[in-house]
Design a protein. Sequence first.
Length: 363
Amino acid sequence: MKYNRLALQLQREGKKVIRLTAGEPDFDTPEPIIASALKAMKSGKTRYTPAAGIPELREAIAFKFSEEYGKHWTPSQVVVTNGGKHALHLALMSIINAGDEVIIFTPAWVSYEPQVRLAGGIPVFIETDDSFIPDIERLKNKITERTKAIIINSPNNPTGAVYPFHILKEVAELAIKHDLYVISDEVYRHLIYVGRHSSIISVEGMADRTILIDSLSKSHAMTGWRIGFAIAPENVALSMVKLISHTTSNVNTPTQWAAIDALSFDTSYMKEEFSRRREYVVERLDRLGLPHSTPDGAFYVLLDVSAVAEDDTVWVEELLMKEHVATVPGTAFYAPGTVRISFAASMEDIKEAFDRIERFISG
Ligand SMILES: Cc1ncc(COP(=O)(O)O)c(C=O)c1O
């Protein structure tokens, strides 16, 4: 937020600022999805719905996941939420008692820690390995009697790392052994450029203890619509619905109807464009000669600036003030010494930004 504010101030002064800070696709919501929402509004779908979401959408989601993973989920295990963030909050509020520990792998997205604390839990941070993949030995050492859940996020924000299936299996084995929940944040699951997405929920024995979080924000360029969902064990789903019914009530009704059509809308053109940019970004990063993460998924990469800067926040501020390129300090993601670069920006802007970054580093 701070760097966005500074960027806006520079823009007002007439500077051409390039923002590589975006946490959302730079595409517009596809026209047919907008048309679905308009149609819903015009046909009177403007009233309250059940708190958990309209049955048609819950059914469509349960069907989609059952088909994808060859398992069976019932609509009653699906909770429709105001984006993935809301689903995460409800999941934590439902399973965490005061003093329960929740494992978070770092670098990590900014909202997990506050959400764990809001639920009365204690965050326990575990650094990932050099490839930004969970280190199973470190995980084993951090599990205690008070551990209640593990949060995983693949594809990852801010590193772009995609966890291999064998790692998910090892996390699953530990979760089963110690009777833990896994909250699997998969909001970037449609954006994978190398290999395939696998979900921990598909590992034998995990459907009973996994709360899968998904949303249409990133996959369908619908960040402002606020539509996401969780797939959870029946008892957890019930608690989440109780919380919804006494707090926000249902997600706005036209969006829910549009979401049914969105689920079957092919957004691979967005992924193809992100993939093209990713290739270019990796090539430019390699030329910089600084270590960086491999963004196999999502639209972020983490650049290690520790060899050229004492403090990532200072580096980010200087890059912005001197070269008018906005990025996000890794400190925000528990990764001091690094900087997050988003490639949810036009190719033209990315090219220009990397020319400026190169000049900044060599200058
Ligand atoms: C890792 C991760 N999880 C969840 C979310 C929340 O997404 P939504 O817009 O669906 O609430 C984000 C958004 O930036 C994210 O990066």
